[in-house]
Each structure stands twice: as C-alpha cells, then as structure tokens.
Design a binder for this molecule. Structure first.
Ligand code: AMP
Length: 542
C-alpha cells in the first residue's frame, strides 16, 4: 500500500519562494565589491533570481548546463545561484584561491558554459577564459558605472543584463534528483574531484542544518555566512538561512578582523560561521581594540580543527557559544556538530571544553562508523581510531565523471579519508587525515592533537606537525611553529608546555621555527608541501 500524500518535489527554488512569501521584507545586507553596504530583501532577491532564470533561458542555457560563479558572498551571488537552479541548470562555484591552471582544469572538466564573476576577479578571468573553449559568456556582477574595460569577448554587465528582463517567468519544474550545484574538492593530492548536489540533497541538507542540535537557526536570527559560497556550498547557509527566513548579512570580499567586526556590530549579527583562520583575525582585532561582541550568540567553526584556545576565548571572554563542526564538500557539507547532549549537560570548565573540542555528533541524515583497513568496525570507545566512513541523503554517492571510485563501497559507505574515533555517546573526534597520520613503531600518532596542544601556547601563532623518517621508529613527529610577532618561545619552552598533556611517546622529537606555514585554497595546512620542505630534515633522535 502506498501513502496518499502529495507529490511535492524538493526543489531549491521553493526555498526562495517560501522566504519571499513568509519573510518577504527581511533584509539581505551585502558589503558590495564596489564598496557600499547594499540592502535588499528576500522579495527582491526572488524577483531578481527569476530575471536571472528568464535571461539565462533566453540566452540559450538549459537543463543540466554548468554555469560557473567566481564570486564573494553577496546578494547578487545568491540571486544568481537561485536563477541558475531555477531553469534546471547547475551552479558551479569556483574557488578564486586556486591557481589559474587548476581553475582552467576544473572549468574544462565541468565544461562550464557561462560564468558570473565579481569585479575582483576580472584580471584572473582574462587569463583563464581563453583557455576554456566551452565558455560562451561572462557576466560581471556590477553596474555600468563600475564596469571595467576588457578585451574579452562576450562580456556583459550584470545590472544592464538584468534590466532586460521583466521577471515574468515560472521556475522550471524538474525531478528533485536533478543536479543543481557543483563544487570541486580542494584535492591536496591528485586532480580535484567534482561533487554534484541535487535539488533534493540541498533541500534535505538545509532542513537538517536548521535542526536545534545542528546549527539551530530561526527567523529571529541575524546570520552572516563568512564561509564563502565557493567553499563547500557555504555550509548549506545559502539554502538554510532563506529556509528559516532569517536576516542575511553577506560580507563580500573583506574577511579581515575589522571588516568582520564592523558587520557583526552594525547589523547585530547573532549567528555566524567560518574556518578558524577568520576567527583568529577577528579575535586578534578584538584583543587589540578592546571591543566586545554584544549581539553575537553563536559561532560555528569548522573546515579544520578549531583550536581549544579559540573556543575558550569566544566563550569566556566574549560570551559567544562555539559550535565545532566537521564536514566535507562531499557531504554538502555538514557531518557532525559538537552541540551538547543531555549526557554531557552537567559538565563545566575543562570537562565541557573537552566535549566541545570534539567534532561532535551527526544529525539525522548522517550515518557514521569507524573501521580498520579491512573494513572491520571499531567500537565506540572514544579511543580506537580508524577510517571514518559516512552515508546519507546529502552525501556524495559518486564523483563527477566516475573519479575516485575506490572511496565508495557496495553498502553505500563513503570513505572520508579522515581518521577518527567515536565515543560511547556518539561524539566523533578527528585525529588526522589518513595520509597525514604519523606511524611510529607500528602505532598511530595524531598530528591534529599535537597541533591543538601547541597552538594553546600563548606565543604560538600557528603550528603543524609532520612525520619525519626515523631509523628505529619509521616516523617521529616534528613540530613546525610560526611564532607570534615579537615573541621568541624556544624549543624547550614549547616541549615543556606540552609535556604531561599527551602520551610521552607522542611528544615531538624536535621543533622547527618558520615564518609561515603553507595553506591550501580552502585554508587547510598543506602538509604535502610542508613534508617536501622538510624532506631532508634530520631529527636529533635519529
Ligand atoms: P572540504 O571539503 O574542503 O571542506 O574539506 C573537508 C576536510 O576538512 C575533512 O575531510 C577534514 O579533513 C577537514 N575538516 C573539516 N572540518 C574539520 C574539523 N572541524 N576538524 C578537523 N578537520 C576538519
């Protein structure tokens, strides 16, 4: 017997329809690339997205076409996403922090036909567009007054283009499994791989993200996604924020501490989300200026491990709740969030921080397990670590073009490439990337645990741990440190600080001081480059 409920396909444009109908006057505030702060509403955004859809169709784009965007978080970028999805085409976010050759590779792989771009990236587009034969048109997110001269063919000004439409258009009704978005993984090894979201997976992911034990957002929030739309689907916020009808604050291209603080304060932002590097800059600005965060209630921190000292500072000095989250582009991207279950409700102080330091527990819609290399599941004992595998309705089932098949098994599990353990209450803790974990005398050492500990030292700006070849133990940890400006901590200071806080055999064999640690385009420490840099390094213990 079948259920007798209505067919109501889960399509992304329904989110914007709902926002416009139920929360039509709610503001979308953007720091524009041109400079000024611009205010629109969900009602405006819907009309403009309909115009984008109408014009894309008029210009010959159709179901399944990949339409790239190379842009900061602004209302225009949001409208373009919804307009693209509204004709059954696929938004493809490009990360401007990638090398031009990587962008060319990705655009050719995806066969992008059209590109929406911010002014900031015009010089980059002039370099890469001629190398992408499928690209027919470039639409620059600006108005006539700010449009630069360019030698590129088929370039149009967004506002002039948009003015050609009346917005009298119906969203195209497509099957909910239709592709609507695409994002390539950062690919620290091998070629980047394309993750293809569907309308259904994006809508389900947005609903999952809103749940109280996930992001826990509502129409009463003022939400600023600092995490860019070009990084892992903006953690789903471009869908979940309009879904709940919260006021949306888009920070544009300025992520420095002062600019972020300015919007947090002037727009009374209650909820925000980004990677640790952004919060490092904000906290530094707050410390230098003595400013406070009276309106901010909650900050979600993920993308790489949130240092314990960061959680402590936000919560103790600024009374802002930190939610540590883990996810991947392949998971739309939310996987787990460290909200507090009743089992941990009574905890305070360091014991509570220990729980908040984990990557957290998965909401409904994410299944998770940890296995050994032979796929035997490890117990949830909070210490046995192994390969972290996941499945769910917003988890990739394959990569675009059939890449990376070895990461998917017959039972539908996706091997994340992360190494983790899970505690008896279901809290997962990442201990490493599978390719970064240090194997010392047959045992595994977590580089992330050591890095977290080292950055807790007041004179350390950033720390990374890599394995260095060792004649007896195969590999031993080397701690690489960037000192804070004006501070001169020594090896003895740092090792003394760490001693007693980790198992003795985990202690780094040496400390190297550097001016900078290399990062990937998504802000993660680039361990491959660092290992290359230290490939001839001799440990004093070797
Ligand atoms: P991306 O697809 O660029 O978001 O990268 C996903 C990867 O980032 C994961 O597989 C993890 O290795 C890492 N990652 C994301 N969030 C965290 C976190 N909270 N702690 C540690 N690693 C993280």
């Amino acid at each position: 017997m079948l259920g007798l409920m209505q067919e109501w396909p889960l399509l992304c444009h329904k989110i914007l329809d709902h926002a416009a109908r139920q929360h039509g006057n709610r503001e979308i505030v953007s720091r524009t690339v041109e400079g000024p702060i611009v205010r629109t509403t969900y009602a405006d955004a819907r009309v403009r997205a309909l115009k984008v859809a109408q014009l894309l169709e008029r210009d010959g784009y159709k179901l399944g076409d990949r339409i790239a965007t190379l842009a900061w978080n602004t209302a225009r970028h949001l409208e373009a996403w919804y307009g693209i999805m509204g004709i059954g085409a696929v938004y493809h976010t490009l990360n401007p922090r990638l090398f031009p050759e990587q962008l060319v590779w990705i655009m050719n792989h995806a066969e992008d036909k059209c590109l929406f771009v911010d002014l900031t990236f015009m010089p980059l587009v002039e370099k890469i567009a001629p190398l992408v034969p499928s690209l027919q048109k470039v639409i620059v997110f600006t108005d006539a007054a700010h449009m630069p001269q360019t030698a590129l063919p088929n370039v149009v000004t967004y506002e002039e283009w948009l003015a050609q439409a009346d917005g009298d258009f119906q969203w195209r009704e497509v099957d909910e499994h239709t592709a609507c978005g695409m994002c390539y993984t950062s690919g620290t090894t091998g070629d980047p791989k394309g993750v293809v979201y569907s309308h259904r997976s994006n809508v389900l992911h947005a609903m999952i993200a809103c749940m109280p034990d996930a992001m826990g957002i509502s129409s009463r929030d003022v939400i600023m996604p600092v995490v860019p739309m070009f990084h892992a689907n903006a953690w789903g916020l471009a869908q979940s924020v309009p879904m709940v009808g919260a006021k949306l604050v888009m920070p544009g291209g300025k992520m420095d501490g002062e600019s972020i603080y300015h919007l947090l304060d002037s727009e009374k932002v209650s909820f925000t989300a980004a990677v640790p590097t952004v919060w490092l800059m904000l906290l530094q600005y707050l410390e230098e200026t003595g400013k406070k965060l009276p309106y901010l209630n909650k900050v979600v921190i993920g993308g790489s491990a949130c240092p314990r000292a960061m959680t402590e500072k936000f919560e103790r000095n600024y009374d802002v709740e930190v939610i540590h989250a883990w996810g991947m582009t392949e998971m739309s991207p939310l996987g787990t969030l460290a909200t507090i279950k009743p089992e941990y409700a009574g905890l305070t102080g360091d014991a509570l921080l220990n729980v908040k330091q984990t990557q957290g527990h998965p909401p409904f819609g994410v299944e998770m397990k940890v296995t050994d290399d032979e796929n035997r599941e490890h117990p949830w004992d909070g210490k046995t670590f192994g390969r972290l595998k996941v499945r769910g309705p917003a988890v990739a089932g394959a990569y675009y073009g059939g890449a990376g098949v070895e990461q998917f098994d017959e039972e539908g599990w996706f091997d994340t490439g992360d190494v983790a353990h899970i505690d008896p209450n279901g809290y997962m803790q990442i201990t490493d990337r599978a390719k970064d974990v240090i194997k010392s005398g047959g045992e595994w050492i977590s580089t992330i645990d050591l890095e977290n500990l080292a950055v807790g030292h007041p004179d350390v700006a950033e720390a990374a741990v890599i394995g260095i070849a060792h004649p007896k133990w195969d590999e031993r940890p080397l701690l690489v440190v960037v000192r804070k400006a004006g501070k001169e901590p020594t090896k003895t200071d740092l090792l003394g600080f760490m001693e007693g806080k980790v198992a003795k055999w985990w202690m780094p064999d040496d400390v190297a001081f550097v001016d900078a640690i290399p990062h990937t385009a998504t802000g993660k420490i680039q361990k491959t480059t660092l290992r290359q840099q230290f490939k001839d390094y001799k440990l004093p213990t070797a």
